[in-house]
Design a protein around this ligand. Structure first.
Ligand code: A2P
Length: 281
């Protein structure tokens, strides 16, 4: 099965990336070693995770060709705005010991709680993204946690030069965000799933467990296969070598339409972690 999706600008993005939130120090190094051996070539990172220097050291020490790895990072909310974003980006590159990123995302949209002027705040941050992209310091640019209202606002600025190519959102069978996925796809924006396993909660669901038994797979493999079948990028996080392996071997079977429907019907059952319009950062 095809391992990549193609972004609006032609860049290929591996469909499976290793999530690195809350992975630290030696545990993270072990996870990276294991993931690389298993075939992962996509790392989902963020300034906010405070571990990008560890990943930079690992890249350097393992002598891996930079071009082999697709690296994503995100600009944190306290670095919004044109100048702050550019400064944060320089720091991020230093942490990774590299001179470019494959993908840079706005970690969270400015919302009404953050500022009455949230639309212009997002536009200013995005202006820095457009500059970094045009300067060739990032190969592609996108957003994260943007709901339809935030995307619509950004996309309708008259002076917009480059459209977001990716929207990374919380997405798992308990929180399918169907309207947002459809809206993103209609605008040629690839959707990436954070917390694709619902932070692990989904894995004990009787429907998922039953399908795992029927297909001779694990609950995580059923969940991740379901998300891939919807044309999404998945970013499962693990620091455990067996689970890292398990989460990469998910693209070699096909669920029936009926099974996909059963999983889709878990909508709402496990809720979601955060509503991007209810955070005050
Ligand atoms: P661990 O890092 O110890 O493997 P999500 O990607 O939805 O945020 O889920 C991450 C959580 O799920 C982490 O607690 C992770 O723990 C756990 N996890 C990751 N992969 C699996 C798996 N294949 N089976 C069970 N739990 C998993």
């Amino acid at each position: 099965m095809e391992k990549f999706l193609t972004l609006a600008n032609g860049i290929k993005i591996p469909k499976i990336g290793l999530g690195t939130y809350k992975s630290l120090d030696d545990e993270l190094i072990n996870a990276l070693d294991c993931a690389y051996k298993e075939g992962y070539r996509h790392l989902d990172c963020a300034d906010y995770y405070h571990n990008q220097d560890v990943i930079g050291k690992w890249l350097k020490k393992s002598n891996i060709d930079r071009k082999e790895i697709f690296i994503t990072s995100k600009i944190w909310s306290s670095d919004r705005g044109y100048e702050n974003t550019l400064k944060a980006f320089d720091r991020i590159l230093k942490d990774f010991q590299t001179d470019y990123l494959d993908l840079l995302l706005v970690h969270w949209p400015a919302n009404e709680l953050y500022s009455e002027d949230w639309e212009n705040v997002n536009r200013d941050t995005w202006r820095a993204f457009e500059k970094l992209y045009k300067d060739g310091r990032v190969k592609s640019i996108g957003v994260s946690n943007f709901l339809i209202c935030h995307l619509e606002s950004l996309l309708t600025f008259r002076d917009l030069e480059v459209k977001p190519m990716v929207n990374q959102i919380e997405l798992h069978p308990g929180h399918n965000q169907t309207d947002l996925v459809n809206y993103s796809k209609e605008n040629n924006i690839v959707v990436e799933c954070w917390a694709p396993l619902g932070r692990g909660k989904i894995l004990n669901d009787p429907v998922i467990v039953d399908l795992a038994r029927k297909n001779n797979k694990t609950p995580a493999q059923i969940t991740l296969n379901y998300l891939l079948s919807k044309g999404l990028v998945i970013l499962p996080k693990s620091i455990n070598s067996n689970r890292i392996k398990e989460n990469f071997n998910v693209n070699n079977f096909k669920l029936t339409d009926e099974d996909v429907k059963k999983i889709h019907n878990l909508e709402g059952k496990y809720g979601n972690c955060v509503n991007p319009n209810e955070v005050n950062y």
